[in-house]
Design a protein around this ligand. Structure first.
Ligand code: FAD
Ligand code: UDP
Length: 398
C-alpha cells in the first residue's frame, strides 16, 4: 500500500490549496507530485543572479473580491499593499502634430484599461474632455463597458471612439497574444480589460489586492508545510500514475483515495482525442544597471513591437535594490508540446471546448479522479478563482 490517503498532482494554487485542506481539515495523508523542481506552479518567484525577485513564469498580482479566498491565503502570508497600474506605450499616429518645443521620440502613453484620462492623452485635453462627456451621457459614470459592446453603439462619434480604442489598445495586442482578432477569441478575454467611465488608473478594481510580502514561493512553502503532506519535486505523475478502465493505479497498485489532478487533461489520457490547443510564452529577461527602467509595473505595447508587454518586477515587489533592475518582455506563440514548453493559456472557443468535453467525460469515468485547475479544467482562471475552486472541491471531503 502507498501509505497515502489522497494524491495531488501539481503544486500550483490548485494543488497546494487542495493538499493543505485535505491534510489539515480532512486528516488525510497527502502525496503531492510536482514535475517542476519547485512549488508554486506559474506563480513561482525567485531571486535572479542580480538578486532581483522575479516571477519566472510571468507577472502575478493578487486581487480578489472573495473574502474566503483572501482569508485562507492570509494564513500563509502577510501582504504588501500594491495596486497594479498599467500604461500603454504606442507610437503617435501623427508625430508632426506634437506641439512645438515639446521633444518626443514619437511615442506616447495612456492608462490601460482605457479611461477618461486615456481619452485626454489620446485626443488632447479639450477634445478628450468633450468626448469623455459624450461617453458619460451614454453610460453611467464609474461604469465600464467592453470594447466589443462599445463598438456596437449606434452613435457615430461613440463608434469613432470605439474604433480608436480597438485600433490602439486591442487589435494589435490581441493579435500578438492570441494570433487572432478580438472578434475571433472568447469575448470574456477582452472583457477582462474594459473601457472605464472613470479616471481610476488601476488595472484591477477588487476589494483585496496586493503581493505576498515575502513573495509567492514562501506562501506556497508555508501552505505545503504540514506533517500530513509529502511533496516530491521533479516527479512527473505520468511515471507513477496509471488511469485505466475506471480505476487509478499509483506505482502499480490500486489507489482508492481522492486523486486531484491539476495538469493537462489531454496529457493524462495520452492525447487520445487529439491535443488541446494552448498559447505558450517566451520570456525575455534583461537585468539593467539602473534604479528604474519604466514608470509602472507593466507597460503594454499595444500597437507595435513583437512583445506584448514589459514588466519591471521591482514595482510589484517593492524591493529596494539600488543600481539594478530586471525587466521581462513577453512573446506569445502557439504551444507545440515540445519538451520544456509550458502551456500558459487555454485557447477557449466552442471547438476546443468540445474537445475538452471528451477528456472530461473520460475523467468522469474515474469516480475518485478530480480535474482541478487552469490546465485540468481548460479555463482562464486567475489565482483567486482557482483558490476558490480548490476550497469548494475539498469542502466535499471534509
Ligand atoms: P499551475 O500554476 O499551472 O500549476 C499546475 C502545476 O501542475 C504545475 O506546477 C505543473 O508543473 C504541475 N504538473 C502538470 N502536469 C504534471 C504532471 N504530470 N506531474 C506532476 N506535476 C504536473 N492570476 C492572477 O490572479 N493574477 C495575475 O496577475 C496573473 N498573471 C498571470 C500571468 C501569466 C503570464 C499567466 C500564464 C498566468 C497568470 N495568472 C494570474 C493566472 C495564474 O497563473 C493561475 O491562476 C494559476 O497559476 C493557476 O494555478 P493552477 O494550480 O491551476 O495551475
Ligand atoms: N488586451 C489588449 N490590450 C491590452 C490589454 C489586454 O488587447 O493592452 C486584451 C488581450 O486580448 C488580452 C486580454 O485583453 O489577452 C486580457 O488581458 P489581461 O491583461 O487580463 O491578460 P493576462 O494578464 O491574463 O495575460
Amino acid at each position: 500500500m502507498s501509505g497515502y490517503d489522497a494524491l495531488v498532482v501539481g503544486a500550483g494554487y490548485a494543488g497546494a490549496v487542495a493538499a493543505r485542506r485535505l491534510a489539515e481539515d480532512g486528516g488525510k495523508r497527502v502525496l503531492v507530485l510536482e514535475r517542476r523542481p519547485h512549488v508554486g506552479g506559474n506563480a513561482y518567484d525567485c531571486p535572479d543572479d542580480a538578486g532581483v525577485l522575479i516571477h519566472k513564469y510571468g507577472p502575478h498580482i493578487f486581487h480578489t473580491n472573495d473574502r474566503r479566498v483572501f482569508d485562507y491565503l492570509s494564513r500563509f502570508t502577510k501582504w504588501r499593499r500594491y495596486q497594479h497600474c498599467v500604461i500603454a506605450n504606442l507610437p503617435r499616429d501623427n508625430p508632426e502634430a506634437v506641439p512645438a518645443g515639446k521633444k518626443t521620440d514619437g511615442r506616447f502613453f495612456f492608462p490601460v484599461p482605457f479611461n477618461l484620462d486615456s481619452m485626454k492623452a489620446a485626443f488632447g485635453e479639450k477634445e478628450g474632455q468633450r468626448l469623455g462627456r459624450k461617453l458619460l451621457d451614454a453610460y453611467p459614470a464609474q461604469s465600464q463597458v467592453t470594447i466589443l459592446e462599445l463598438r456596437q453603439n449606434p452613435d457615430a462619434e461613440i463608434a469613432a471612439i470605439a474604433d480608436y480604442v480597438y485600433e490602439h489598445v486591442f487589435v494589435h495586442y490581441t493579435m500578438k497574444q492570441w494570433g487572432q482578432t478580438p472578434e475571433e477569441i472568447d469575448p470574456a478575454t477582452t472583457a477582462r480589460v474594459p473601457v472605464r467611465l472613470s479616471n481610476d488608473p488601476r488595472y484591477f478594481m477588487d476589494a483585496y489586492q496586493g503581493m505576498p510580502l515575502e513573495g509567492y514561493t514562501p506562501l506556497f512553502k508555508a501552505m505545503l508545510d504540514h506533517p500530513n503532506i509529502t511533496v516530491e519535486l521533479g516527479r512527473d505523475a505520468r511515471e507513477r500514475l496509471e488511469p485505466a478502465d475506471g480505476v487509478i493505479k499509483l506505482d502499480g497498485e490500486l489507489f482508492h483515495g481522492p486523486v486531484i489532478y491539476t495538469g493537462q487533461a489531454d496529457e493524462l489520457f495520452g492525447f487520445r482525442f487529439g491535443p488541446l490547443p494552448y498559447r505558450t510564452l517566451d520570456f525575455g529577461f534583461e537585468t539593467l544597471p539602473v534604479d528604474c527602467f519604466q514608470a509602472r509595473g507593466t507597460v503594454n505595447y499595444t500597437v507595435d513591437e513583437p512583445y506584448t508587454r514589459i514588466t519591471e518586477f521591482k514595482h510589484l515587489t517593492g524591493q529596494v535594490l539600488p543600481g539594478v533592475t530586471t525587466i521581462m518582455k513577453e512573446y506569445s506563440r502557439s504551444y507545440t508540446g515540445m519538451d520544456g514548453e509550458i502551456p500558459y493559456y487555454a485557447v477557449i472557443n466552442p471547438e476546443n471546448n468540445a474537445l475538452y468535453a471528451e477528456y472530461k467525460a473520460m475523467a468522469d469515468r474515474y469516480p475518485n479522479l478530480h480535474l482541478l485547475g487552469r490546465l485540468a479544467e481548460y479555463k482562464y482562471y486567475n489565482m483567486d478563482a482557482i483558490t476558490a475552486k480548490a476550497l469548494e472541491l475539498t469542502d466535499r471531503f471534509i
